[in-house]
Write a protein of this length. Structure first.
Lengths: 334, 370
């Protein structure tokens, strides 16, 4: 796992991509300086620190451009609200020693609408043709088969979600780690290493982790046609096959005292949780997590993704949310 | 492409047969110079595929003997990375690199080289450890369906490359198609440290590093061929860039990682033999060292001590001895890290044992900055 710089470039791109919408915003909210300020700030590190408030005009305006909703909207399945065993993502230190996170009860409170299949090469190619996505790094021979898009980074997946949202007028985004585990059901793999290690010899845990990751390398080989790895109990295909999936959840490190009290939690969004045969953390711009890429370990074979569809809010609420977030970041004295 | 190759190949064949005729004349005169070897002990050794090495003595009290090996040349398609990229490999014994042979200084190496008729090309073998006849290359050229026996005296101690060298542009092509390996000629008294004291190892790992030059088609996909000859012209274009598409250990990206990672225990002494028949490389053991390193690979030179990285010249083999002191995971890499990580030249070593806090300890775990 290695970390990367803030997503400055990406945010700036998002800002300039939707000029027509920007004009609408100015007219709608004449005299308000938030947008021009935001564009200027796009050139500075300030914008990158918008603490999760990525400017997304389509989210602000909802159904502004539902041009291709019927043809592009991916097939989804609905995962019912459920309670399940969940081991939080991230690295946990107990009394300074790396340990497995404690299992807790995870809850999916609302029904989750999630793509039945991983985004396919053809789906992704449409975004590339539209000029909204960079071509994926495909490093194996092309076939006619309908295969999942691979060789894509978190940034690419986000571009795709943004484009699909603009095209369909529906809100699409990557799942969180908890949502992914909820939807994966029996296909979710617990990433407990099991060897808590003794204080004087951390190597047992390293070796055990390496052995577990090496097992997951059984999934080597080119990406398989969509559906090859079968469906889980909710009807989602190809979970934990040889294509790992990006999530929106940031890497985090949690420090706990010996008796379990949380001492600190530090989130680093330059790396995100990637889910599949094993759970790992990869910098947002990486498209191919090669062996030894960031550490000595066995990386995901291929990187791909699927999206969840968020239920829309009212237009007015979303504009208000966005403006208030922008104001609080840019005009702290307000 | 095929036609080009055939036009190219015809005059080559004529030349080879001429060369074979000349060497035959020479070899006819040579037996008179040889010693009477009929009294020497003969041993026959079964070779094993890298990274492992056949059982052998380190120091020996035996008289010099004749050590018989057999290598069957196999032309076969090998997958060389996680993307299913293939090469029409040419191999000694079916593996890239070919197996490591071990003998002692003063022994005679007697190799039977077999080129089955299922192969398509002429092959031979050039031992850098041998003296004369282009390292044996001029005496070992075999067409598909032929076999040959070469004997040479191992007069110099060290690790040495062997490779196919069938003449002209065929030489680099065969070598970068995988046709190379190494032989270790041990001093009869075994290895010695910088002060001349004997040293021994608990195990040997043989790392053969290979540069591959795989052509791409107009879509940027790696091309796949049905025979070595079919890919020759396109591969040559990539070879002439001098920029490999793959730089791997043991024939493929990841061949010495995961389930195939090397293993050791704390306190164990490992001799890493590293060969690269074509291109320079610089091994480095991440988290460890080279306690004793014969960088040029020749054991009668004083080994260097405490090295971080050592240089293996293209066309040579070197040896590094290391005793593992800490448990955990080590990476053995070509420390051109682009070649290690992007092109594949990485092996892993998993080491079990007790952690030594004196050598290293984490004084404070990662903590938010105050």
């Amino acid at each position: 796992m290695c970390l990367c710089p803030p997503r400055l470039k990406k945010v700036r791109r998002a800002l300039f991509k939707e000029r027509d919408v920007s004009i609408t915003l100015k007219q709608f909210n004449a005299g308000h300086l938030a947008l021009p300020l935001l564009i200027l700030a796009g050139e500075t590190a300030l914008i990158a620190n918008l603490a999760g408030v990525e400017f997304d005009p389509t989210q602000a305006f909802g159904h502004s451009a539902p041009t291709n909703a019927a043809t592009l909207a991916p097939e989804t399945v609905t995962v019912p609200p459920r309670v399940f065993e969940y081991r939080p993502s991230g690295v946990f230190l107990v009394d300074g020693r790396e340990s497995d996170a404690a299992l807790r009860q995870g809850e999916l409170a609302q029904p989750l609408s999630i793509m039945r299949n991983q985004v396919s090469e053809a789906d992704f190619a449409a975004c590339v043709s539209a000029g909204a996505c960079e071509p994926a790094d495909i490093r194996w021979t092309a076939t006619d088969a309908d295969r999942p898009a691979t060789g894509v980074s978190h940034d690419d997946a986000s571009d795709y979600a943004e484009w699909l949202t603009a095209q369909t007028g529906q809100i699409w985004r990557l799942p969180t780690d908890l949502e992914w585990v909820a939807a994966a059901g029996t296909r979710a793999r617990d990433d407990a290493i099991g060897t808590q290690g003794d204080a004087s010899n951390g190597s047992a845990r390293w070796l055990q982790a390496y052995a577990l990751q090496s097992e997951a390398r059984a999934a080597d080989g080119p990406p398989q046609p969509t559906g090859h790895f079968g469906a889980n109990e909710f009807g989602l295909n190809d979970l934990s096959g040889n294509v790992w999936e990006w999530t929106e959840t940031c890497f985090s490190r949690t420090r706990l005292s010996a008796d379990g009290e949380t001492l600190s939690v530090l989130e680093t969004c330059g790396a995100r949780v990637v889910q599949g045969l094993h759970r790992t953390y990869i910098s947002t711009f990486i498209r191919d997590a090669k062996a030894g890429g960031c550490a000595v370990g066995a990386p995901p074979t291929h990187l791909g993704f699927r999206l969840v569809q968020e239920q829309p809010q009212g237009v007015v609420e979303r504009i208000e949310d966005w403006l208030s977030a922008a104001n609080s970041m840019l005009l702290p004295g307000h | 492409m095929n036609k080009q190759f055939l036009i190219f190949r015809r005059p080559r064949l004529a030349k080879v047969f001429a060369a074979a005729a000349i060497t035959a004349a020479f070899s006819g005169a040579m037996p008179g110079l040889a010693q009477d070897l009929s009294q020497l002990e003969r041993v026959s050794v079964d070779l094993v595929a890298p990274p492992f090495v056949h059982a052998h003595e380190q120091a020996t009290s035996a008289e010099p003997r004749i050590v018989e090996f057999e290598l069957v040349i196999e032309e076969k398609k090998l997958v060389i990375d996680d993307y299913g990229t293939t090469v029409q490999a040419m191999t000694f014994g079916g593996s890239v690199p070919g197996p490591l042979m071990v003998v002692h200084e003063g022994d005679y190496v007697e190799l039977t080289l077999i080129n089955p008729e299922t192969n398509t090309l002429l092959h031979n073998i050039d031992f850098h450890a041998a003296t004369g006849a282009l390292g044996g290359g001029a005496l070992t050229e075999v067409a598909p369906g032929e076999q040959v026996v070469l004997r040479f005296k191992a007069t110099r101690a060290g690790v040495f490359v062997y490779h196919c060298a069938p003449g002209g542009p065929m030489i680099p092509w065969h070598v970068v198609s995988g046709m190379n390996g190494a032989i270790m000629v041990l001093p009869r008294e075994g290895l010695s440290d910088q002060s001349g004291n004997p040293v021994t190892y608990d195990k040997v790992y043989y790392i053969g590093e290979q540069d591959f030059y795989i052509p791409k088609d107009e879509n940027g996909d790696y091309m796949e061929f049905d025979s070595p000859g079919e890919g020759y012209a396109d591969m040559l274009d990539v070879m002439l860039t001098l920029t490999p598409t793959h730089e791997v250990f043991n024939g493929a990206v990841g061949a010495l990682t995961g389930d195939n990672a090397l293993t050791a225990e704390v306190g164990e002494t490992v001799l890493f033999v590293h060969s690269q028949a074509n291109r320079d490389t610089r091994p480095h053991l991440i988290g460890g060292h080279g306690d004793l390193v014969w960088e040029t690979g020749k054991f009668h030179n004083v080994p260097e001590v405490d090295l971080e990285t050592w240089f293996i010249r293209g066309g040579s083999a070197g040896a590094a001895l290391y005793t593992f002191l800490q448990p955990g995971l080590y990476a053995y890499v070509n420390h051109n890290l682009i070649e290690a990580v992007e092109l594949g030249a990485t092996a892993h070593v998993t080491v079990e044992g007790e952690w030594d806090d004196d050598l290293m300890t984490q004084v404070m775990a990662p903590t938010p900055i105050e």
